[in-house]
Design a protein around this ligand. Structure first.
Ligand SMILES: [Zn+2]
Length: 297
């Protein structure tokens, strides 16, 4: 698959995937006094692009495989990731735990099949990322924004002089936000999107889909945020219609509405995303729960 190469400035290049394909993502290459790469999963010709380029700073937006897929094969000494996401990138057991397999999938053969299907590998993280951290690469400065919700350690990267944010998996796609990890959190996700809205960056570079989003950024962010609220409404409607347990609610598919293939995997994501909503609805006083039965307040 041919990537698109966008030179944003003398020092900053965006490597864009022409369409969504697991386990790949859009990446940002910084060629300055020091070099840096944000996320490491371009397909073959992106790998060619990076082949002979030593990387001083490998910045990982979060601990999902499709953002660090090539890190083990790159020429880099320092790999940064937020501590909350490091376990799942460094251990298969932690990855399965975080994706809810231990909680919801009793057949261990399916755990193995999933990990083989995604071609899971671990990386060694050498350094932490944290909110407010600044990397000065010479001419380019990058500020870390901890933007949790998608995963607990999900980070974006603000380029103050170029006035854009690499938003990673707050990707503004029509598919909507994903929060299918046990530590995904709706309140955090809404806050993270609000922070991007308040920052008002000139443009956004997204981790998936068309990389460079320049048109209607605030409206796009709000529409993306609204998808969460529509899903929440569908959960409340589903309970109103008499579905009170998690399996009953998940069968209404309030998040996905129609499961994409592979359906078993997306049904698992549906369960966990519904759990995130139910937890948020309880914490915000709109639902109660007794013995696994959710009811409207
Ligand atoms: Zn992700």
């Amino acid at each position: 698959m041919a990537i698109l190469i966008h030179k944003l400035s003398r020092h900053i290049t965006v490597l864009e995937l022409p369409r969504f394909q697991f386990p790949y993502c859009n990446c940002v290459w910084i060629d300055d006094d020091r070099t840096g790469l944000i996320d490491s999963s371009p397909p073959a010709d992106g790998q060619n692009f990076l082949k002979d380029r030593p990387i001083d700073l490998m910045l990982q937006s979060h601990g999902h495989l499709d953002h660090y897929f090539l890190t083990p094969y790159l020429n880099t000494a320092h790999v940064y990731m937020h501590p909350a996401d490091q376990p799942m990138a460094q251990s298969a057991d932690a990855y399965l735990e975080e994706f809810g397999f231990n909680l919801l999938v009793s057949d261990k053969r399916l755990h193995k099949m999933y990990m083989e299907a995604i071609n899971y590998r671990t990386i060694t993280v050498t350094d932490p990322l944290y909110e407010g951290q600044v990397f000065d690469l010479g001419h380019v400065k990058v500020e870390v924004m901890h933007l949790p919700g998608h995963s607990a350690g999900h980070c974006g990267f603000f380029f103050p002089e170029q006035d854009f944010v690499f938003t990673a998996d707050l990707d503004l796609s029509a598919f909507g936000p994903w929060y299918g990890n046990l530590k995904s959190n709706i309140a955090d996700l809404l806050n993270s999107l609000d922070r991007l809205l308040e920052l008002k960056p000139g443009f956004v570079v997204s981790g998936h889909g068309p990389a460079i989003v320049k048109e209607n950024v605030p409206a796009r962010l709000k529409a993306y945020r609204d998808i969460i609220l529509y899903r929440e409404q569908r959960i409340l409607d589903c309970i109103r219609r008499g579905h009170h347990t998690l399996p009953e609610i998940a069968r209404c598919l309030p998040c996905y509405q129609k499961l994409p293939p592979p359906e078993k995997v997306f049904l698992l994501y549906e369960y966990i995303m519904d759990m995130a909503h139910l937890d948020h609805l309880i914490k915000t006083g709109r639902l109660g729960c007794e013995n696994g039965h959710y009811f409207l307040k």
